[in-house]
Ligand binder design. Structure first.
Ligand code: HPA
Ligand code: ZN
Length: 320
């Protein structure tokens, strides 16, 4: 059995079409614009974000979020995952009419239930949305600094990477760092190596979400390897969004061979018709990884997890 861990999944993006349809029924809403059969309907990054935003509007109270976190984590545990770190977004909560407190407490309740039922450990990473601009991301950072929670251990930035420059967000990340949060940032997905370089220079993350387009610049790949920056790689997401034309063209093996610390995650699994187990299978099929190499990837994820030393040691001991 290959034990797994996930470092990069957006909780709103983990809601299955079936769960969103049940929520739509509960609230008398129509989701036919974003769900057809058992699939989300979108065609590019912008329409993906639109479908994602509309689906998230159907999680409107603490119980809805407890159910979402519990469902996602229990499903992940059934794929032999022992750990998950997922992104949360107070902007999405507020847009759906929740306070950040209710949102966080609902998610924490779902985490507690899943842990009790399956043993899966988890943490939350608060995020700001890049397309909301520097003020929006600063607002998200302040919101989390004002609502600290022991299960929120990181801060990051998601959203449309093609907008704004990393330097514009330095203040937001400073607020998060001062609040004691570990840092990860989406970069090198929709934009190229320069975006990764800018994120490293100005935001000083321990990890990069995606980061895969660093492959466009050999000096940057060397820098990632020598600085030990961990990449949260989501191959299925990259192929779905057209970041690379095929799995054969995906740079995961080249990054790994260059000594970059790469990990595997599912990003927004039902939107991209994937799962964490599917990502591990992809790595086996396309990236030439056997059980031992896959377990090493899980080890890298646990080593890079935003957890206290005692939790990390306990998780590492479960890898055998
Ligand atoms: N990239 C950027 N922002 C996101 C993503 C992603 O893959 N998923 C949800 N928000
Ligand atoms: Zn992501």
């Amino acid at each position: 059995m290959v034990v797994k861990a996930e470092l990069h999944c957006h909780i709103e993006g983990a809601a299955s079409p079936a769960l969103v349809e049940a929520q739509a029924e509960k609230y008398g809403a129509d989701v036919s614009a974003i769900i057809e059969g058992d699939s989300y309907v979108w065609s590019d990054f912008t329409s993906f974000l639109h479908a994602y935003d509309l689906a998230s509007r159907l999680f409107r109270d603490e119980d809805d979020y407890a159910l979402l976190a519990e469902t996602y984590l229990a499903d992940l545990a059934s794929q032999d995952a022992i750990y998950s770190e997922f992104f949360i977004s107070t902007d999405h909560a507020i847009a759906a009419g929740l306070t950040p407190e209710a949102y966080i407490s609902g998610l924490a309740e779902g985490m507690r239930r899943a842990r009790e039922a399956t043993g899966i450990e988890s943490r939350m990473i608060a995020t700001g949305l890049r397309h909301e601009g520097p003020e929006g991301v600063e607002r998200a950072a302040r919101s989390i600094a004002a609502n600290p929670h022991p299960l929120i251990t990181g801060f990051g930035m998601a959203g449309d990477e093609r907008m704004h420059r990393p330097a514009d967000f330095a203040k937001a990340f400073e607020i998060a760092r001062d609040a004691g949060l570990a840092i990860t940032v989406h970069a090198g997905e929709l934009s190229g190596a320069e975006s990764v370089r800018g994120a490293l220079d100005h935001l000083k993350p321990a990890r990069i979400g995606h980061g895969v387009r660093a492959i466009e610049d050999p000096a940057l790949v060397e820098r990632l390897a020598s600085d030990g920056v961990v990449l949260e790689v989501c191959p299925g997401s990259n192929i779905s969004l057209g970041v690379f034309p095929s799995y054969a063209a995906h740079p995961f093996p080249k990054l790994r061979d260059a000594g970059v610390r790469v990990t595997l995650s599912s990003d927004d699994p039902p939107f991209f018709h994937t799962s964490l187990a599917q990502e591990y299978e992809t790595a086996r099929t396309w990236f030439g990884m056997d059980d031992e190499a896959l377990m090493e990837t899980t080890r890298t994820s646990i080593e890079a997890a935003f957890v206290d030393a005692q939790t990390r040691a306990r998780l590492l001991s479960r890898l055998g």
